[in-house]
Write a protein that binds this ligand. Structure first.
Ligand SMILES: Nc1ccn([C@@H]2O[C@H](COP(=O)(O)OP(=O)(O)OP(=O)(O)O)[C@@H](O)[C@H]2O)c(=O)n1
Length: 447
């Protein structure tokens, strides 16, 4: 079986070989190349020690040297070259406490997580596939190398990786691998939030975000995302819904494109429902105020998983308005654009559509028709380019304070009412008129 290896990777392998060392492309790149996917990066494994690798190349980066990895720089590109090693006990669930080097490629492949990730290749020897990785690629199976429990005890994150690869490749989990996850899922508590975040995002933006259900079935979400389990247990007896909150959530993720913010928003948009649920005398469930609770939960979870501030801002904002329905008039839609933000409004429309599509098909048409009108009005506004934002108003909060309106929520409210007036009629965006109106509004609010 032949793989096309990039010229620079071949150059590194042949430089090592000419110096008498073994070297192979290894892991994810071999898997992806065999699948006809573009590998994200090319990793190399070698019998040379990190210092022997360093001695052979002009430019290297040593930050991973204590784990046996040297990054070789060729031009602007960096390639990780790792010395053959065994696996030991993992201190931080990421790197073995002590690196034990080996002279054997087989030992190095044995320590890897899944059969499809445990193949090596160089042009001289061809494919090295000791654990039938090719067979598992053909059958579409994620299977641990050797004893699954051992692989997961070495690094608990691998349990989440198993589902992530299944979602990315459309594969199924091997039974023994799945069983070991059910047994060892609690170990995920030891894994850092950043590593969980990486796997969760890869799973969500994959072609199969619905495979999150497998993380739920095996008990992993109960450990890393218990709020999702609460949604799975929350039925919705309501004319708009045919599924539990959890299943609706999963369906809605499949209705948006593979974008991190959109998929996270769909995942979290109804997380507040289990807390907000009330049932009326007719047995119909209501979820008043769930948006606010969902927004708070989303913010807390994203912070817990160490997401960056901008992602948190966008997701929280979209969750906080996912169920808003602007008045279907030009002024109503302009107001909504200002409230939600010109940057996020196109995403809000996608979120609305996905939410509706994942609801009861019988009540969907009417909602879609209304959303269509809002979308049309928004497109009209874009064409006219006359969407006023707070920034474009000719007065600011400071001007109002100069007029004696004290800083605080009251001032924000006056500003927002002024903005509404300007949106209704852009000719009102004039300083004298606005200041007089501001005083009037403030006075009325105190009476
Ligand atoms: N917890 C881990 C992480 C990685 N690996 C091994 O290291 C290789 C490279 O890891 P990584 O770059 O994280 O994953 P890839 O398989 O390359 O996949 P992706 O780039 O999609 O993350 C994997 O193929 C696997 O052989 C492992 O055994 N256990």
């Amino acid at each position: 079986m032949q793989i096309e290896i990039p010229e620079k990777v071949n150059r590194i392998i042949s430089t090592l070989a000419a110096a008498g060392y073994e070297a192979y492309a290894v892991g994810g790149c071999v898997r992806d190349a065999l699948l006809g996917r573009e590998p994200a990066d090319w990793d190399i494994t070698t019998s040379a020690s990190p210092y022997q690798v360093k001695a052979l190349f002009a430019r290297t980066i040593d930050t991973g040297i204590q784990h046996g990895t040297v990054t070789v720089m060729l031009g602007k590109e960096g390639f990780e070259v790792t010395t053959y090693r065994l696996d030991g006990e993992y201190e931080d669930c990421r790197h073995p406490k002590e690196v034990v080097f080996t002279k054997s490629l087989l030992e190095d492949l044995k320590r890897r997580d899944f059969t499809i990730n445990a193949m090596a290749y160089n042009e001289e020897r061809g494919l090295v596939d000791e654990f039938d990785g090719v067979g598992d690629l053909k059958r579409g199976i994620i299977r641990c190398v050797g004893e699954a429990r051992e692989r997961f005890q070495e690094d608990a994150l691998r349990m989440l990786r198993a589902v992530r690869f299944a979602a990315q490749l459309g594969f199924v989990l091997d039974e023994q691998t799945k069983q070991a996850i059910c047994e060892l899922r609690e170990n995920l508590r030891k894994v850092s939030a950043e590593r969980i975040q990486t796997e969760l995002v890869k799973l969500l933006v994959s072609p199969h975000p619905e495979r999150l259900l497998e993380a739920w079935e095996t008990g992993m979400t109960a450990v890393v995302l218990p709020e999702f389990d609460a949604c799975m247990a929350c039925e919705q007896n309501n004319p708009h819904h045919s599924y539990s909150v959890g299943v609706h959530t999963i369906k809605s993720m499949g209705e948006v494109e593979a974008d991190k913010v959109l998929r996270l928003t769909m995942l979290f948009h109804d997380f507040g429902k289990p807390q907000a649920k009330t049932t009326d005398a007719n047995g119909i469930d209501h979820f008043r105020g769930h948006q606010k609770i969902s927004e708070e939960l989303a913010g807390g979870i994203l912070r817990r998983l160490k997401f960056d501030n901008e992602t948190i801002r966008q997701v929280k904002k979209l969750v906080s308005c996912h169920d808003d329905h602007p008045a279907r008039t030009p002024a109503g839609v302009r107001r909504a654009v200002n409230r939600i933000g010109t940057d996020l409004f196109p995403m809000y429309l996608k979120v609305q559509r996905a939410d509706i599509m994942a609801q009861n098909p019988a009540t969907r048409e009417d909602k879609l028709a209304k959303l269509y009108v809002v979308t049309e009005l928004y497109e009209q506004i874009l064409k006219e380019k006359d969407c006023v934002t707070l920034k474009q108003m000719v007065i600011t909060g400071r001007d109002l304070m100069m007029e004696g309106i004290p800083a605080g929520p009251g001032l924000g409210e006056v500003l927002s009412k002024l903005l509404d007036l300007v949106i209704e009629d852009p000719k009102r965006n004039e300083k004298t008129w606005l200041l007089a109106k501001a005083k009037e509004i403030y006075k009325a609010s105190r009476e």
